[in-house]
Design a binder for this molecule. Sequence first.
Ligand code: ATP
Length: 289
Amino acid sequence: MEHKLVLKAYGKINLGLDVVRRLENGYHEVRMIMQSVGLADVLTMRRLSEDKIIVKTDKEGLPCDERNLAYRAAKLMKERYGIRDGVEVFLEKHIPMAAGMAGGSADCAAVLKGMNELFGLGLTLEKLQEAGVKLGADVPFCLMGGCALSEGIGEVLTALKQPPECVLLLAKPDIDVSTKYVYENLRLDALEGHPDIDGMLRDIEEGNLKALCGKMENVLECVTGEEYPVIGKIERIMKEAGAYQAIMSGSGPTVFGVFGEKEDAGRAMAAIREQNLANEVFLSNFQAV
Ligand code: ATP
């Protein structure tokens, strides 16, 4: 049995995000195309002989107690599977926080997988997803990774073919966006249209990156983008530099641009930095499973 594990927790973007309707219980029915990205946190996990959970991180300001999803994942697995030994998790953060990139959910998924392996539980992906959904709607996707269609309230997942390779530019402006605020302020009746998610599914199946990019859209942008013009500015820079498309991920504020050429992405990156539009800017890629 392994006693130390090093795991990568990949962030995600939404290639398409549609909100179909608001449900009676306040939740929203969504249709989203989720894609893992190469930008990842790195977790080192170790078994402890004492019955305790220790989480440490290099990220200033990130709590390491029950408020941390990595801690909650370890606790859930210990309780659910009667594990008496403890675990130590060191969290090296790279994914921007509160960014619309599911960084917390990715860490949570990595710890669930790590506990499965460290303690030889032999759980299937489905079992881990069943446990993980209790900790966050994006956790089941983070457990599977790659490209997937997410429906229902985000819990119904269908694995998709990996879209063609590209150069991805991620830029997170220095603003705080509350996911709750964004959904509450979304006026579904005022939307001019909805993303063509079915068309995107066909483009993915056919491996047609440019057609896929032409359809990329996020309905939440009408709330976040309206409030923060910096989002539109970053998108314009990316498109002027040659991006096939540039849109916001999740409820924001991270903007991603899909490029065919690294030089074009590099120029956009330099311009975004020069104009001080984002404090965290990364070159990345679509990450396969
Ligand atoms: P989503 O895309 O699911 O909306 P997000 O990218 O907006 O996620 P996260 O970075 O996952 O947001 O987390 C936002 C909040 O969750 C932070 O304010 C942070 O305090 C808390 N949190 C708990 N655990 C973690 C973790 N391991 N990494 C980052 N944030 C965490």
